[in-house]
Design a protein. Structure first.
Length: 214
DNA sequence: CGTGCGATTATCT
DNA sequence: GATAATCGCACGC
């Protein structure tokens, strides 16, 4: 099953997640072999941007599988998802990390910009915002069809499950409704792969009484 | 080595 | 006006 076929992305997002591992995303001369993804299950998932129904930002997730959902976060980072499931379900897979397999120089020029020391090779796309930075993906790619082989943001490759071990665990940094947000083991990664991002619990923002500030 | 915090703005309430 | 699917650096052990 080639990544250019859209059909396999229209099933259950939790089945699709492990099958995405080992495939390749390409953009602007850089190719990244995915080592880690996270599932977001639409309106039923408190951690999903689609949890409260369609909004201008989340509407792309309610559409056809195989399109990119890109969002801008923390005022400085972009994150890239692939829309999955039948139309209306708003499921998506967040591309969290991978290994740069082509275009290392281009990836490095973007990731190392403004730094004194270059990043370690395995850190080039180790984390969702690092991955988009290395690829050069931003908001203008929101809605792009990653199943179109002629597109500029493309999902490539074939089934890789054969001979691979996939691990699952709690999603990273999800602080949405549902308490700790870790009730869903919907993070998938290639076991032992050095490019998988480090786990960080959701940042706990302790409420500070406005009067106590200063 | 691990843990904590500030940066900075699109998006939603 | 508040929040956030993060990152990199500072600091303490």
């Amino acid at each position: 099953m080639s990544s250019h076929d859209r059909g396999w992305l229209a099933g259950d997002v939790l089945d699709i997640a492990p099958r995405l591992l080992g495939r390749v995303v390409r953009h602007a001369g850089v190719a990244i072999r995915l080592s880690e993804v996270e599932a977001y299950c639409g309106p039923d998932d408190p951690g999903s941007h689609a949890f409260r129904g369609p909004t201008p930002r989340s509407q792309i997730m309610f559409g056809q599988a195989g399109h990119a959902y890109v969002y801008f976060s923390y005022g400085m980072h972009h994150c890239l998802n692939v829309v999955c499931g039948p139309p209306g379900t708003a499921a998506a897979l967040l591309l969290r990390a991978g290994e740069v397999v082509e275009g290392e120089a281009a990836a490095r020029s973007r990731r190392d910009r403004g730094r004194q020391r270059p990043h370690a090779f395995v850190d080039l796309a180790r984390g969702p915002a690092r991955l988009t930075s290395a690829l050069g993906v931003d908001l203008q790619h929101n809605g792009a069809d990653v199943c179109d082989p002629a597109g500029d943001l493309v999902l490539d490759g074939h089934e890789q499950l054969e001979g691979r071990s996939v691990s699952t665990g709690a999603r990273v940094g999800v602080s949405g409704a549902g308490g700790d947000g870790s009730a869903y083991p919907w993070r998938f990664w290639i076991t032992g792969d050095p490019t998988v991002s480090a786990y960080r619990a959701a940042k706990s923002r302790r409420a500070v009484p406005p009067s106590a500030a200063r």
